[in-house]
Design a protein around this ligand. Structure first.
Ligand code: NAP
Length: 290
Protein backbone atom coordinates (compact mmCIF):
# COMPACT_ATOMS: atom_id res chain seq x y z
CA UNK A 1 0.00 0.00 0.00
CA UNK A 2 2.75 2.45 0.82
CA UNK A 3 4.83 4.00 -1.91
CA UNK A 4 8.11 5.82 -2.07
CA UNK A 5 6.43 8.46 -4.18
CA UNK A 6 4.14 9.36 -1.27
CA UNK A 7 7.03 9.58 1.19
CA UNK A 8 8.88 11.91 -1.18
CA UNK A 9 5.82 14.16 -1.41
CA UNK A 10 5.91 14.66 2.36
CA UNK A 11 9.52 15.70 2.37
CA UNK A 12 9.33 17.88 -0.73
CA UNK A 13 6.21 19.85 0.11
CA UNK A 14 6.59 20.84 3.75
CA UNK A 15 3.44 21.02 5.89
CA UNK A 16 0.92 18.39 4.95
CA UNK A 17 -2.64 19.68 4.55
CA UNK A 18 -5.40 17.12 5.13
CA UNK A 19 -9.11 17.29 5.93
CA UNK A 20 -12.54 15.71 5.90
CA UNK A 21 -15.45 16.92 3.77
CA UNK A 22 -18.99 16.23 4.94
CA UNK A 23 -22.39 17.70 5.71
CA UNK A 24 -22.82 17.87 8.67
CA UNK A 25 -19.24 17.68 9.92
CA UNK A 26 -19.29 19.32 13.35
CA UNK A 27 -19.27 16.05 15.32
CA UNK A 28 -16.45 14.36 13.40
CA UNK A 29 -13.69 12.74 15.43
CA UNK A 30 -11.36 12.51 12.42
CA UNK A 31 -9.39 15.75 13.07
CA UNK A 32 -8.63 14.72 16.67
CA UNK A 33 -7.49 11.29 15.49
CA UNK A 34 -5.39 12.41 12.52
CA UNK A 35 -3.77 15.39 14.22
CA UNK A 36 -2.67 13.10 17.05
CA UNK A 37 -1.24 10.74 14.44
CA UNK A 38 0.65 13.49 12.57
CA UNK A 39 2.14 14.68 15.86
CA UNK A 40 3.18 11.15 16.85
CA UNK A 41 4.83 10.67 13.45
CA UNK A 42 6.62 14.01 13.68
CA UNK A 43 5.00 15.18 10.44
CA UNK A 44 4.32 18.89 10.20
CA UNK A 45 0.75 19.36 9.03
CA UNK A 46 -2.89 19.79 9.91
CA UNK A 47 -6.15 17.89 9.35
CA UNK A 48 -9.22 20.11 9.32
CA UNK A 49 -13.02 19.60 9.23
CA UNK A 50 -14.51 21.05 6.01
CA UNK A 51 -18.26 21.67 5.97
CA UNK A 52 -19.14 21.13 2.32
CA UNK A 53 -22.74 21.16 1.15
CA UNK A 54 -23.65 18.95 -1.85
CA UNK A 55 -23.90 21.94 -4.21
CA UNK A 56 -20.34 22.98 -3.30
CA UNK A 57 -18.68 19.59 -3.70
CA UNK A 58 -17.21 20.06 -7.17
CA UNK A 59 -15.55 23.37 -6.26
CA UNK A 60 -14.34 21.90 -2.97
CA UNK A 61 -12.62 19.07 -4.84
CA UNK A 62 -10.97 21.58 -7.20
CA UNK A 63 -9.82 23.49 -4.12
CA UNK A 64 -7.79 20.45 -3.00
CA UNK A 65 -5.56 21.20 -5.98
CA UNK A 66 -5.63 24.98 -5.63
CA UNK A 67 -4.78 24.88 -1.93
CA UNK A 68 -2.29 22.05 -2.22
CA UNK A 69 -3.99 19.55 0.07
CA UNK A 70 -2.21 16.18 0.13
CA UNK A 71 -5.60 14.52 0.54
CA UNK A 72 -9.00 14.43 2.18
CA UNK A 73 -11.52 12.02 3.57
CA UNK A 74 -15.06 12.34 2.32
CA UNK A 75 -18.04 11.31 4.39
CA UNK A 76 -21.84 11.44 4.32
CA UNK A 77 -23.38 12.53 1.96
CA UNK A 78 -20.52 12.80 -0.58
CA UNK A 79 -19.05 9.28 -0.85
CA UNK A 80 -20.76 8.39 -4.14
CA UNK A 81 -21.14 11.83 -5.75
CA UNK A 82 -17.46 12.69 -5.34
CA UNK A 83 -16.37 9.90 -7.69
CA UNK A 84 -17.21 11.88 -10.81
CA UNK A 85 -14.76 14.66 -9.89
CA UNK A 86 -11.68 12.41 -9.53
CA UNK A 87 -9.03 11.42 -12.10
CA UNK A 88 -8.74 7.79 -11.00
CA UNK A 89 -10.79 5.42 -8.86
CA UNK A 90 -9.06 2.51 -7.19
CA UNK A 91 -10.47 -0.86 -8.30
CA UNK A 92 -11.88 -1.76 -4.85
CA UNK A 93 -13.60 1.63 -4.48
CA UNK A 94 -15.05 1.29 -7.98
CA UNK A 95 -16.56 -2.11 -7.09
CA UNK A 96 -17.96 -0.81 -3.80
CA UNK A 97 -19.27 2.27 -5.59
CA UNK A 98 -18.04 4.76 -2.99
CA UNK A 99 -14.90 6.72 -2.08
CA UNK A 100 -13.91 7.84 1.40
CA UNK A 101 -10.27 8.82 0.79
CA UNK A 102 -8.73 11.04 -1.88
CA UNK A 103 -5.01 11.28 -2.54
CA UNK A 104 -3.51 14.23 -4.43
CA UNK A 105 -0.40 13.01 -6.23
CA UNK A 106 1.11 16.07 -7.89
CA UNK A 107 -2.26 17.30 -9.14
CA UNK A 108 -3.76 13.90 -9.94
CA UNK A 109 -6.66 12.90 -7.66
CA UNK A 110 -7.21 9.22 -6.88
CA UNK A 111 -10.15 7.90 -4.85
CA UNK A 112 -9.93 4.92 -2.48
CA UNK A 113 -12.33 3.23 -0.10
CA UNK A 114 -10.71 2.29 3.22
CA UNK A 115 -13.95 1.59 5.14
CA UNK A 116 -14.25 -2.10 4.31
CA UNK A 117 -10.57 -3.00 4.59
CA UNK A 118 -10.33 -0.93 7.79
CA UNK A 119 -13.24 -2.87 9.24
CA UNK A 120 -11.85 -6.30 8.36
CA UNK A 121 -8.38 -5.39 9.71
CA UNK A 122 -9.99 -4.39 12.99
CA UNK A 123 -12.26 -7.46 13.19
CA UNK A 124 -9.31 -9.80 12.64
CA UNK A 125 -7.00 -7.96 15.05
CA UNK A 126 -9.53 -7.67 17.85
CA UNK A 127 -11.73 -10.79 17.83
CA UNK A 128 -11.54 -13.10 14.84
CA UNK A 129 -8.07 -13.70 13.35
CA UNK A 130 -9.34 -16.29 10.84
CA UNK A 131 -12.43 -15.66 8.72
CA UNK A 132 -11.83 -18.46 6.22
CA UNK A 133 -14.79 -20.88 6.13
CA UNK A 134 -16.86 -18.87 8.61
CA UNK A 135 -20.61 -18.37 8.32
CA UNK A 136 -21.07 -14.62 8.40
CA UNK A 137 -24.40 -12.80 8.76
CA UNK A 138 -24.45 -9.11 7.85
CA UNK A 139 -27.46 -7.09 9.01
CA UNK A 140 -28.05 -4.18 6.62
CA UNK A 141 -27.28 -3.51 2.96
CA UNK A 142 -26.46 0.21 2.93
CA UNK A 143 -23.24 2.02 2.04
CA UNK A 144 -21.19 0.69 4.96
CA UNK A 145 -22.42 -2.86 4.34
CA UNK A 146 -21.24 -2.72 0.71
CA UNK A 147 -17.69 -1.81 1.73
CA UNK A 148 -17.56 -4.45 4.43
CA UNK A 149 -19.08 -7.26 2.41
CA UNK A 150 -16.70 -6.58 -0.47
CA UNK A 151 -13.71 -6.71 1.89
CA UNK A 152 -15.06 -9.89 3.53
CA UNK A 153 -15.19 -11.71 0.19
CA UNK A 154 -11.37 -11.53 0.07
CA UNK A 155 -11.22 -13.62 3.29
CA UNK A 156 -12.74 -16.77 1.74
CA UNK A 157 -15.69 -17.05 4.14
CA UNK A 158 -17.90 -20.17 4.04
CA UNK A 159 -21.04 -18.12 3.46
CA UNK A 160 -22.17 -14.51 3.72
CA UNK A 161 -25.88 -13.99 4.43
CA UNK A 162 -27.08 -10.42 3.94
CA UNK A 163 -30.25 -9.50 5.84
CA UNK A 164 -32.03 -6.23 5.20
CA UNK A 165 -35.29 -4.52 6.14
CA UNK A 166 -35.71 -3.77 2.44
CA UNK A 167 -35.09 -7.35 1.32
CA UNK A 168 -34.66 -6.48 -2.36
CA UNK A 169 -31.42 -4.58 -1.58
CA UNK A 170 -29.95 -7.64 0.17
CA UNK A 171 -30.97 -9.96 -2.65
CA UNK A 172 -29.57 -7.66 -5.36
CA UNK A 173 -26.26 -7.26 -3.53
CA UNK A 174 -25.91 -11.04 -3.10
CA UNK A 175 -26.54 -11.45 -6.84
CA UNK A 176 -24.10 -8.66 -7.81
CA UNK A 177 -21.20 -10.19 -5.87
CA UNK A 178 -22.29 -13.85 -5.99
CA UNK A 179 -19.19 -14.73 -8.02
CA UNK A 180 -16.86 -13.45 -5.26
CA UNK A 181 -18.19 -15.64 -2.44
CA UNK A 182 -21.04 -17.94 -1.47
CA UNK A 183 -23.71 -15.34 -0.72
CA UNK A 184 -27.44 -15.08 -0.08
CA UNK A 185 -29.79 -12.16 0.45
CA UNK A 186 -32.62 -12.52 2.98
CA UNK A 187 -35.56 -10.57 4.38
CA UNK A 188 -35.66 -10.00 8.14
CA UNK A 189 -38.47 -12.57 8.38
CA UNK A 190 -36.31 -15.24 6.71
CA UNK A 191 -33.17 -14.57 8.74
CA UNK A 192 -33.54 -16.68 11.89
CA UNK A 193 -32.01 -19.90 10.53
CA UNK A 194 -29.02 -18.06 9.08
CA UNK A 195 -28.43 -16.20 12.36
CA UNK A 196 -28.74 -19.46 14.34
CA UNK A 197 -25.89 -21.00 12.35
CA UNK A 198 -23.69 -17.87 12.25
CA UNK A 199 -20.09 -17.82 13.46
CA UNK A 200 -19.90 -14.06 13.02
CA UNK A 201 -22.83 -11.61 13.21
CA UNK A 202 -22.24 -8.05 11.99
CA UNK A 203 -24.65 -5.14 12.46
CA UNK A 204 -24.23 -2.51 9.76
CA UNK A 205 -27.64 -0.90 10.31
CA UNK A 206 -28.01 2.28 12.34
CA UNK A 207 -30.32 0.53 14.82
CA UNK A 208 -28.96 1.09 18.34
CA UNK A 209 -27.09 4.27 17.47
CA UNK A 210 -27.30 7.33 19.72
CA UNK A 211 -29.92 8.51 20.75
CA UNK A 212 -31.87 5.23 20.25
CA UNK A 213 -29.43 3.30 22.39
CA UNK A 214 -31.92 0.71 23.72
CA UNK A 215 -32.82 -0.69 20.28
CA UNK A 216 -31.74 -4.06 18.89
CA UNK A 217 -31.45 -4.87 15.15
CA UNK A 218 -32.78 -8.43 15.70
CA UNK A 219 -34.59 -10.44 18.42
CA UNK A 220 -32.04 -11.24 21.13
CA UNK A 221 -33.23 -14.86 21.35
CA UNK A 222 -31.82 -15.44 17.85
CA UNK A 223 -28.22 -14.71 18.82
CA UNK A 224 -26.30 -17.99 19.36
CA UNK A 225 -24.09 -18.28 22.45
CA UNK A 226 -20.35 -17.87 22.09
CA UNK A 227 -20.15 -16.45 18.55
CA UNK A 228 -18.44 -13.23 17.39
CA UNK A 229 -20.80 -10.24 17.36
CA UNK A 230 -19.68 -7.00 15.77
CA UNK A 231 -21.42 -3.62 15.56
CA UNK A 232 -20.28 -0.78 13.28
CA UNK A 233 -21.80 1.80 15.58
CA UNK A 234 -19.26 3.61 17.78
CA UNK A 235 -21.60 6.01 19.52
CA UNK A 236 -22.20 4.44 21.98
CA UNK A 237 -18.99 2.42 22.09
CA UNK A 238 -20.93 -0.52 23.59
CA UNK A 239 -24.35 -0.89 21.93
CA UNK A 240 -27.31 -2.80 23.33
CA UNK A 241 -26.55 -5.55 20.77
CA UNK A 242 -23.05 -5.92 22.18
CA UNK A 243 -24.30 -5.87 25.80
CA UNK A 244 -26.85 -8.61 25.08
CA UNK A 245 -24.28 -10.65 23.13
CA UNK A 246 -21.63 -10.35 25.86
CA UNK A 247 -24.15 -11.76 28.35
CA UNK A 248 -24.48 -14.77 26.01
CA UNK A 249 -20.74 -15.38 26.12
CA UNK A 250 -20.06 -13.88 22.68
CA UNK A 251 -16.84 -12.09 21.73
CA UNK A 252 -17.86 -8.52 20.99
CA UNK A 253 -16.37 -5.95 18.65
CA UNK A 254 -17.50 -2.30 18.41
CA UNK A 255 -17.24 0.29 15.66
CA UNK A 256 -14.27 2.20 17.09
CA UNK A 257 -11.78 -0.22 15.55
CA UNK A 258 -13.26 0.29 12.08
CA UNK A 259 -13.18 4.04 12.47
CA UNK A 260 -9.54 4.01 13.58
CA UNK A 261 -8.41 1.56 10.90
CA UNK A 262 -10.17 3.28 7.98
CA UNK A 263 -8.30 6.37 9.15
CA UNK A 264 -5.04 4.43 9.47
CA UNK A 265 -5.23 3.16 5.88
CA UNK A 266 -6.03 6.69 4.65
CA UNK A 267 -3.09 8.15 6.57
CA UNK A 268 -0.80 5.48 5.10
CA UNK A 269 -1.91 6.46 1.58
CA UNK A 270 -1.12 10.11 2.33
CA UNK A 271 2.15 9.72 4.24
CA UNK A 272 3.64 6.46 3.00
CA UNK A 273 4.50 5.40 6.55
CA UNK A 274 2.82 3.07 9.07
CA UNK A 275 0.00 4.77 10.95
CA UNK A 276 0.34 4.95 14.76
CA UNK A 277 -2.89 3.02 15.32
CA UNK A 278 -2.67 2.89 19.14
CA UNK A 279 -2.20 6.67 19.34
CA UNK A 280 -5.15 7.24 17.01
CA UNK A 281 -7.39 4.93 19.00
CA UNK A 282 -6.44 6.57 22.30
CA UNK A 283 -7.08 10.07 20.89
CA UNK A 284 -10.63 9.10 19.88
CA UNK A 285 -11.29 7.34 23.20
CA UNK A 286 -10.10 10.40 25.13
CA UNK A 287 -12.36 12.66 23.07
CA UNK A 288 -15.38 10.64 24.20
CA UNK A 289 -14.45 11.41 27.81
CA UNK A 290 -14.37 15.21 27.29
P1 NAP B 1 -27.03 3.72 5.07
O1 NAP B 1 -26.36 3.61 3.76
O2 NAP B 1 -28.08 4.77 5.28
O3 NAP B 1 -27.67 2.27 5.40
C1 NAP B 1 -28.45 2.08 6.56
C2 NAP B 1 -28.82 0.61 6.70
O4 NAP B 1 -29.52 0.45 7.94
C3 NAP B 1 -29.77 0.09 5.59
O5 NAP B 1 -29.50 -1.27 5.36
C4 NAP B 1 -31.14 0.28 6.27
O6 NAP B 1 -32.13 -0.59 5.75
C5 NAP B 1 -30.82 -0.10 7.69
N1 NAP B 1 -31.76 0.48 8.65
C6 NAP B 1 -31.86 1.79 9.01
N2 NAP B 1 -32.84 1.94 9.92
C7 NAP B 1 -33.35 0.70 10.15
C8 NAP B 1 -34.38 0.20 11.00
N3 NAP B 1 -35.08 1.01 11.81
N4 NAP B 1 -34.62 -1.13 11.00
C9 NAP B 1 -33.91 -1.96 10.18
N5 NAP B 1 -32.94 -1.55 9.35
C10 NAP B 1 -32.65 -0.22 9.34
O7 NAP B 1 -25.98 3.98 6.25
P2 NAP B 1 -24.45 3.48 6.33
O8 NAP B 1 -23.56 4.54 5.81
O9 NAP B 1 -24.40 2.11 5.73
O10 NAP B 1 -24.22 3.41 7.92
C11 NAP B 1 -24.81 2.40 8.69
C12 NAP B 1 -24.27 2.39 10.12
O11 NAP B 1 -22.87 2.13 10.09
C13 NAP B 1 -24.44 3.72 10.88
O12 NAP B 1 -24.79 3.41 12.21
C14 NAP B 1 -23.06 4.34 10.82
O13 NAP B 1 -22.81 5.17 11.94
C15 NAP B 1 -22.18 3.10 10.88
N6 NAP B 1 -20.86 3.33 10.30
C16 NAP B 1 -19.76 3.21 11.11
C17 NAP B 1 -18.48 3.41 10.61
C18 NAP B 1 -17.28 3.27 11.51
O14 NAP B 1 -16.19 3.74 11.14
N7 NAP B 1 -17.40 2.58 12.64
C19 NAP B 1 -18.31 3.77 9.26
C20 NAP B 1 -19.44 3.88 8.44
C21 NAP B 1 -20.71 3.67 8.98
P3 NAP B 1 -33.04 -0.17 4.47
O15 NAP B 1 -32.22 -0.48 3.26
O16 NAP B 1 -34.25 -1.01 4.59
O17 NAP B 1 -33.33 1.30 4.61
Amino acid sequence: MKSTQQSEFTMASGAMLLGVMGDPIIHTKSPIMHNAALKALGIEGNYVPLHIKPEGLEKAIQAILTLGFRGVNVTIPHKVEVMKYLDHIDEGAAKVGAVNTIVNNNGVLTGYNTDGIGYVRSLKEEVCPELRGKNIVVLGAGGAARGIIHALTAEQPGQISIVNRTASKAIELAQEWGSLANMQGLSEAEAQAAVNSADVLINTTSVGMHPNVGELPLPKEWIPEGIVVSDLIYNPLMTELLHVSARKGCSTHGGLGMFVNQGAYALEYWTGVDAPVAVMREAVLQSFKL
